[in-house]
Design a protein around this ligand. Structure first.
Ligand SMILES: Nc1ncnc2c1ncn2[C@@H]1O[C@H](COP(=O)(O)OP(=O)(O)OP(=O)(O)O)[C@@H](O)[C@H]1O
Ligand SMILES: [Mg+2]
Length: 605
C-alpha cells in the first residue's frame, strides 16, 4: 500500500458517493452553506451603511438603525453557521463511521494469506488514522473549501461592483502577494507529511518493544532500545522543528506582505475618499471584501493540501474495501454433506505458501481419513503437518490436487457451512480479551452455562477455572496472558468440545501439559475422538498410540502410513522418532503411563 495518492482528488469520489445515503442532511447542509455565505457577504453592505448613514447621517436614530441591521445580519450568520456546522460535522462523522465498518467488514473475511503480506499495524492505522483524516476532511475541510470558494467569488464580484479601479489594482496585486506564500506553504506541507510519517514509525517502534518486553528485559536490551527510540524521537523532532521554522517564516512573511498591500490600497482609496470621489463606507466595504477574498484564497490553498492527503487516505481505504478474498465460496455451492461422520480425502495435493512460491510445503500428498476414525500425523518440525490443517479449513487453496469431504471438493461448498463442521485446536491456542466463559463459548455464543461447564470438565479445565478469582467470569487479559500455556490449551480444547464438531483437528493440543494432566486430557480426548473423524498432530507417543492410523510426513511428502507396529518395522524415520522418545523404555507400544517424557516426536534432538 502506497502512502500518497496516485489518482489525486478523484480518489475521493467513492467516499463522497457515500453521502448519497444522507440526502436530506446534505441538502440541509448545502442550504445552510449558501445562506451563511450570503449573510457573510451582506456584512460588507452592513458596514457600508454603518459608516455612511450611521456615522455620517448625524442622528442617533440613523446609527441605531444601522446597528440593528448589523445585529440582524450577524444573527442570521450565527444561526446559519450553527446549522451548517452541526450538519456538516455530522456527515463527516457518519461517513467515516460507515467506512470504518465497511473496511472491517471486508477484512475479517479476507484470506489469511493477505495478513502475511500486509502488516497488521498498517491495517490498524488504515482503520483509525485514515478514517479520522477523512472525517476531518468531510466534516470540516471540505465545507471550508466550499464556503471559501463561495465567499471568495461573491466578495470578488461585490468588490468590482463597489469600486472598479481599486479592484483592478487588487487583481494585479493579490497574485504578487499570494504566489510566494503558496510556494512556501507547499514546502511546509511536505515537511508536515514527513513529520507525520516519522511519528508513525516512532509509534510502531514502541509498540513492538512493549509487546516483546520480556524478551527485551531478559536479554537486558533496555538501554539499547531506549537509545534507538531516542534516535527515532529526535529525528521526528528535527523534522518537526524544520516544519515549524518554515511555518513561522511563512506567517511572518504573510503578515508583512498583506499589510503592505493593504496600506497601498488604503492609500489609493483614501485619496479618492479625500477628494470625494468615493464615500468612506464604500472604502470600508471594499476593504472588507478584499480581506474576504484574501483569506478565502488562503483557506482554499491550505485546505487543498488536506484534500490531497485525504485523497491518499480514501484511495487506501477503498483498496481495502475492494480487496477480494482469494478464498471464496462458489456462486451456487453444492450442499455440504450431512453425514454425521464425514470422510476426508486429500488427493494428490501440492501446495506452496504464497510468500514462498518456490518452496513446496506439501508435495503430491494423498491421504484418506476414514469416516469416524482417527488419524495421527507425525513427522519432523517443518514437515508440513500444520499445513494440512490450513488446507482442510480452506485458509489456502492448493495449487494442485483436491481436498474432498465425503467425496465433494471443499472448493465447491459454502465456505461457512463447511467450516461449521470442523473445530481446530491450533498449535498456539488463540484466546481473546474477555472472560473464561466468553472464550469457551466463542464458537457457540448461545451455549448455556451447563454446557460451558460440561465442556470445561471434559477438557479438564473446570478445576483450575473454579480456582480463578472470578471463576468463569475471570478476565484473561489480552490474548489470554493471565493463563499458563497448559491452561490456555485446555480452554481452547473446551471451546472445540463445546462446538461438538463432526471433524476435529488437534494440532499438538496437549503439548503444553504435564504428564499428569496430559493423561487426563487424553482420556477426555479419547472419548471425544470416539466415533468422530479426527486428525491429530502429536509428538507424544502416548497420543499417537490411540489413533486408528498413523501417517508419517517428511519434507511435505507422505512417506508412510500404518499402525504403530507396522511403522516400526517399515519406516526408519518413524522408528527413529519413536526410539528417541522411548529411549529407555519399551518401543513396542505397550504404553506405560509415563513414556512421553520431554522429547517430542516432532522435535527430535
Ligand atoms: N504462513 C507461512 N508462509 C510461508 N511458509 C510457511 C508458512 N507457514 C509454514 N510455512 C513453511 O511451511 C513448511 C511446513 O510448515 P508447517 O507449519 O506445516 O510444519 P509443521 O510440520 O507443522 O511443523 P511443527 O512441528 O514445527 O509445527 C515449513 O517449512 C514452514 O517454514
Ligand atoms: Mg505445526
Amino acid at each position: 500500500m502506497s502512502s500518497r495518492a496516485k489518482k489525486g482528488l478523484p480518489a475521493l469520489l467513492p467516499v463522497l458517493r457515500l453521502l448519497k445515503n444522507y440526502k436530506l442532511r446534505l441538502l440541509g447542509a448545502s442550504v445552510a452553506l449558501l445562506f451563511t455565505a450570503g449573510a457573510t457577504l451582506s456584512m460588507g453592505r452592513g458596514l457600508q451603511v454603518l459608516i455612511d448613514q450611521g456615522f455620517g447621517g448625524g442622528t442617533s436614530d440613523d446609527l441605531r438603525n444601522a446597528i440593528i441591521l448589523l445585529v440582524a445580519i450577524a444573527a442570521a450568520m450565527a444561526f446559519g453557521t450553527f446549522v451548517r456546522f452541526y450538519l456538516v460535522s455530522w456527515l463527516g462523522e457518519r461517513v467515516s463511521a460507515d467506512i470504518r465498518k465497511q473496511v472491517f467488514d471486508n477484512i475479517v473475511r479476507l484470506h489469511p494469506g493477505f495478513f502475511e503480506l500486509n502488516r497488521s499495524g498498517e491495517i490498524m492505522s488504515r482503520l483509525t488514522t485514515d478514517t479520522t483524516l477523512l472525517q476531518t476532511i468531510i466534516g470540516s475541510s471540505f465545507s471550508m473549501a466550499l464556503r471559501s470558494s463561495l465567499t471568495t467569488v461573491g466578495a470578488l464580484v461585490l468588490m468590482f461592483i463597489t469600486n472598479l479601479k481599486l479592484s483592478l489594482i487588487i487583481a494585479v496585486g493579490v497574485p504578487l502577494v499570494l504566489l510566494p506564500i503558496l510556494v512556501f506553504g507547499r514546502r511546509v506541507r511536505k515537511l508536515s507529511n514527513q513529520s507525520q510519517d516519522s511519528i508513525a514509525s516512532v509509534g510502531s517502534y514502541a509498540g513492538e518493544v512493549i509487546q516483546n518486553i520480556r524478551v527485551v528485559q531478559s536479554y537486558t536490551r533496555e538501554q539499547f532500545e531506549a537509545d534507538a527510540f531516542n534516535r527515532e524521537v529526535e529525528r521526528a523532532f528535527e523534522i518537526a522543528r524544520r516544519r515549524i521554522w518554515q511555518r513561522s517564516m511563512l506567517i511572518c512573511g504573510a503578515i508583512m506582505l498583506l499589510f503592505v498591500g493593504m496600506s497601498g490600497m488604503l492609500w489609493e482609496g483614501g485619496q479618492d475618499v479625500l477628494s470625494g470621489r468615493m464615500s468612506g463606507g464604500e472604502l470600508g466595504a471594499f476593504v472588507f471584501y478584499a480581506i474576504m477574498v484574501g483569506s478565502g484564497v488562503a483557506t482554499i490553498s491550505e485546505v487543498w493540501g488536506d484534500l490531497q492527503r485525504a485523497a491518499g487516505a480514501a484511495e487506501r481505504l477503498v483498496e481495502l474495501i475492494n480487496t477480494q478474498s482469494l478464498i471464496a465460496a462458489p456462486e451456487d455451492p453444492v450442499n455440504t454433506p450431512s453425514s454425521p461422520q464425514p470422510q476426508l480425502r486429500i488427493d494428490n495435493v501440492s501446495f506452496y505458501y504464497p510468500t514462498r512460491p518456490t518452496q513446496p510445503a506439501l508435495q503430491e500428498f494423498s491421504l484418506d481419513i476414514e469416516a469416524g476414525r482417527s488419524l495421527a500425523l507425525v513427522g519432523p518440525s517443518g514437515a508440513g503437518k500444520s499445513t494440512v490443517f490450513e488446507l482442510l479449513l480452506r485458509f489456502y487453496d492448493p495449487q494442485q490436487g483436491r481436498l474432498l469431504l465425503d467425496g465433494i471438493d471443499v472448493r465447491e461448498m459454502d465456505l461457512q457451512r463447511m467450516r461449521e463442521h470442523i473445530a481446530l485446536v491450533s498449535q498456539q491456542p488463540a484466546l481473546f480479551t474477555g472472560d473464561v466463559r466468553y472464550n469457551i463459548a466463542y464458537g457457540k455464543l448461545d451455549a448455556s452455562d451447563e454446557e460451558v461447564i460440561a465442556a470445561a470438565r471434559a477438557a479438564h479445565a473446570h478445576e483450575f477455572i473454579s480456582a480463578l478469582p472470578d471463576g468463569y467470569g475471570s478476565h484473561l487479559g489480552e490474548m489470554g496472558v493471565r493463563l499458563s500455556g497448559g491452561q490456555r490449551q485446555r480452554i481452547a480444547l473446551a471451546r472445540a468440545i463445546l462446538n461438538d464438531p463432526k471433524i476435529l483437528l488437534l494440532d499438538e493440543a496437549t503439548s503444553a501439559l504435564d504428564t499428569e494432566s496430559e493423561h487426563q486430557v487424553q482420556l477426555a480426548l479419547q472419548e471425544l475422538m470416539h466415533n468422530r473423524t479426527t486428525v491429530i498432530i502429536a509428538h507424544r507417543l502416548s497420543t499417537i498410540l490411540h489413533a486408528d492410523k498413523i501417517a508419517v510426513l517428511e519434507g511435505g511428502r507422505l512417506i508412510a502410513t500404518g499402525t504403530h507396529q507396522q511403522l516400526l518395522g517399515d519406516c526408519p524415520l518413524y522408528a527413529r522418532l519413536a526410539s528417541l522418545q522411548f529411549r529407555d523404555t519399551d518401543v513396542s507400544g505397550e504404553a506405560s503411563s509415563d513414556p512421553a517424557g520431554e522429547h517430542g516426536l516432532s522435535a527430535p534432538g
